[in-house]
Design a protein around this ligand. Structure first.
Ligand code: ADP
Ligand code: SF4
Length: 697
């Protein structure tokens, strides 16, 4: 298949200063939770992107100096020459596929508490550090001599980056990170010297860093500037108008502009709160003020939208972090006219949660993400089948579908049976809820792939029993039957079942079946991820009065890791949902439940028409028990194994269900020793042992 001419423009090379990007697919810098700790894994991830056709592949933010590090988060470092070999691994892997390698040099200043180095953070003003965890640490206002130090450190880091082989070297001031952003923002810059006050003064550090970097490495390397153009708080913060003014002054200074919104949560908006191309209103107009190329993001997965961005003069290069995570081969698929094979990002930010929880990146759509080196999983290639011939998968949710897809790709004969009239399981259900429509892509991508495979048969409206399984005689049986939400309140707060009046109780499963309550709804969220908040919004939209009760301090507390928590809370409050944090629900003495303050024990009866319990789930494991009862018939039926996967094994995220299905498919017919760590891991090289008796002398 060959390139559709409409998309040719995406494959045109573009000069960026002294280097040339082979095409317009630009993997912007993004964190991955691996950084300096899981080096080979991080390198493999970048290599895969280059193999998949991203013409430019950048690192995550790379800390330039030990006086600014963001422990506990795990990024790369370029503190001294000893960091160069790690970074050189990235460039050599990326160059292997003909792509450019970019490095995002970062000095986070006021944004890092320096818990590792114990240095006093340096910022534009004497202010508390700007961390997610409100650390009890203040930054010290930088003196002129500190600024001179910073400029020298940045220059040295740029020279090291050049020696590591990078083609594009960044000056970074975006996402709330990067000292130049803190200096530009009035909120954080209270200085009265030539680095404070007027826009020109506040942007002085940015200008100096770009000039220093160009002077140091600009002969052979392109110097990019990643800059936040709006803090979305009006004139008190960085805003579009003042950044346009700045651009009209310094528009041609760097070789490339990488435009973002100032705060990471707005830049990496989930699909619940921002659609493809959501940044256009903010980045539009900057390109007209510079002769240099402009890159920007917007969760672009549609080649038509990409072309549209270029043709209308919004962007020159299509920036992507998440679309390149969900499908590292997106550019190649466009080039080969395989658009339907693109595994489109669903905008759920599970990938971001890797960085936020300091664990290796994972992705809902792409189960191989982060496993390229650890498990040698390639996103497009998979080993051919082993000796087994056929597999019956019961349940066509994300786990069952991914299992069928990957087993089919390996060449097994697969039967996928689903009791509902459509595939998708919880994805089909949840994507009906407010803001979650894009999640259907988990189902749609897999459905399309499975349809192309002659060796995968799908049966819908087919509820499978143990007798059916015995009769069907498949060598391997996979139970991907999902889970059910509990009706007894057991979750994190209550560990013993509670007896709530049955007529009041609703669970998410009831609501999926369009059994939406009416009147005053009390929604008890002891799950803490997105669903409680989404269902509260859903009930409100259906006309209910909603009170959301949670033992946590804030609603949907785990969504802090997907960068959504504050947006969710604001949204719920603005739609008139009453929130009762720090409370749990228990059965009342009469017909209504009581809400109890978790610290004071003060209780109130909440009169309501419904109690929606978003608590914990029970795996649907009854088929396994039924099969156990007839175990002596397995041989005769030719059954060699019965395995639960996904939520049927242990309820978790959709990402975990997809991963579980994929893993089963990868491991079928493999000999695995449960006593051996099944993935590659990298151990820190230990320093030579000192003579302890004299060590502290
Ligand atoms: P997961 O996230 O693990 O994929 P889901 O709950 O999304 O779990 O999907 C499980 C799917 O299994 C649902 O679509 C459900 O209808 C289906 N299912 C459950 N029990 C059976 C059964 N006995 N026969 C066929 N399909 C079943
Ligand atoms: Fe997209 Fe979700 Fe994958 Fe991140 S985890 S790349 S948001 S699908």
């Amino acid at each position: 298949m060959s390139l559709d001419e409409r998309y040719r423009i995406l494959f045109e090379p573009l000069k960026i200063g002294p280097v040339t990007a082979p095409n317009r697919f630009y993997q912007v810098p993004h964190c991955n939770g691996m950084g300096y700790r899981d080096v080979s894994g991080m390198v493999a991830l970048r290599a895969i992107k280059a193999e998949g056709g991203w013409g430019t592949v950048c690192t995550e933010q790379v800390e330039i100096h030990y006086t600014s590090e963001i422990t506990p988060f795990i990024e790369l470092r370029i503190w001294d020459d000893r960091d160069v070999p790690v970074l050189a691994r990235i460039t050599s892997a990326v160059h292997e596929y003909g792509s450019l390698a970019g490095i995002e040099l970062a000095y986070n200043g006021i944004n890092g508490p320096n818990f590792y180095s114990r240095e006093v953070p340096l910022g534009p003003s004497d202010l508390p550090t700007l961390t997610f965890t409100n650390d009890p640490v203040q930054a010290r206002a930088m003196t002129k001599s500190d600024i001179a130090d910073l400029r020298r450190w940045h220059r040295k880091a740029a020279l090291r980056a050049k020696s590591a082989g990078f083609d594009i070297i960044y000056v970074y001031g975006a996402h709330g990170f990067g000292a130049p952003q803190h200096f530009i923002s009035r909120r954080f810059n209270h200085r009265t010297d030539e680095y404070g006050g007027s826009l020109k003064n506040r942007a002085r550090l940015l200008v100096e860093l770009i000039e220093d970097t160009k002077e140091a490495v600009g002969d052979t390397c392109a110097v990019a500037c990643r800059i936040g153009v709006d803090e979305l708080i009006g004139k008190e913060g960085i805003h579009r108008e003042e950044m346009l003014e700045l651009f009209s002054e310094i528009g041609d200074l760097p070789d490339l502009w990488d435009l973002t919104l100032c705060n990471w949560e707005y830049d990496s908006r989930t699909s619940r709160f921002g659609e493809e191309g959501h940044e256009e209103p903010f980045v539009n107009g900057f390109k007209q003020l510079t002769k240099k190329p402009v890159v920007g993001v917007g969760r672009f997965t549609s080649p038509d939208t990409m072309v549209y961005q270029i043709r209308r003069g919004i962007l020159d290069l299509i920036g992507a972090a998440r679309p390149s995570i969900a499908d590292p081969f997106l550019p190649k698929k466009i080039f080969e006219d395989r658009i339907d094979d693109i595994r489109e990002c669903i905008g759920c930010n599970i990938c971001v949660s890797g960085d936020m929880t300091m664990s290796p990146i994972r992705c809902t759509q792409n189960p191989t993400m982060g496993e390229e080196w650890r498990r040698r999983w390639h996103p497009e290639k998979i080993k051919s089948k082993g000796p087994s011939k056929n597999v019956l998968i019961v349940g066509g949710g994300p786990a069952g579908m991914e299992c069928a897809r990957a087993l089919g790709q390996r060449g097994y004969h697969v039967t996928l049976a689903e009791k509902n009239k459509e595939l998708g399981g919880r994805v089909s259900q949840e994507s009906q809820l407010p803001g979650l429509a894009e999640w259907n892509r988990v189902r749609d991508y897999r459905m399309w792939q499975i349809r192309q495979m002659d060796n995968v048969e799908t049966f819908l409206a087919s509820e499978v029993t143990a007798d059916d399984i015995l009769e069907y005689s498949s060598e391997h049986v996979v139970l991907a039957t999902g889970s059910k939400w509990r009706r007894d309140g057991v979750s994190r707060y209550h560990l013993f079942p509670q007896t709530f009046p049955e007529n009041l109780i609703f669970t998410p499963d009831d609501i999926y079946e369009d059994n939406v309550p009416s009147g005053h709804v009390v929604l008890y969220d002891d799950d803490h991820f997105y669903l409680g908040g989404v269902l509260a919004e859903h009930c409100k939209k259906k006309g209910c009065e909603v009170t959301l009760v949670t033992p946590a301090a804030v609603v949907s507390s785990w969504t802090v890791h997907t960068l959504e928590q504050e947006i969710i809370q604001e949204n719920l409050l603005n739609t008139g949902i009453k929130i009762m944090p720090h409370h749990f629900v228990r059965p009342g003495k009469k017909k209504f439940p009581e809400v109890v303050h978790i610290y004071t024990g003060e209780s109130t009866v909440l009169t309501c028409d419904a109690l929606v319990l978003v608590t914990a789930r029970i795996p649907n494991a009854s088929l396994e028990s039924e099969l156990e009862k007839v175990r002596n018939s397995w041989d005769e039926a030719g059954i060699k194994s019965v395995t639960r996967i996904g939520d049927a094994n242990a309820p978790s995220t959709i990402a975990a269900a997809v991963y579980s299905g994929h893993r089963y498919a990868r491991e079928l017919d493999e000999e695995l020793d449960p006593d051996i760590v099944p993935f590659n891991r990298e151990l820190t090289q230990i320093a030579p042992e000192p003579d302890w008796k004299t060590f502290w002398e």
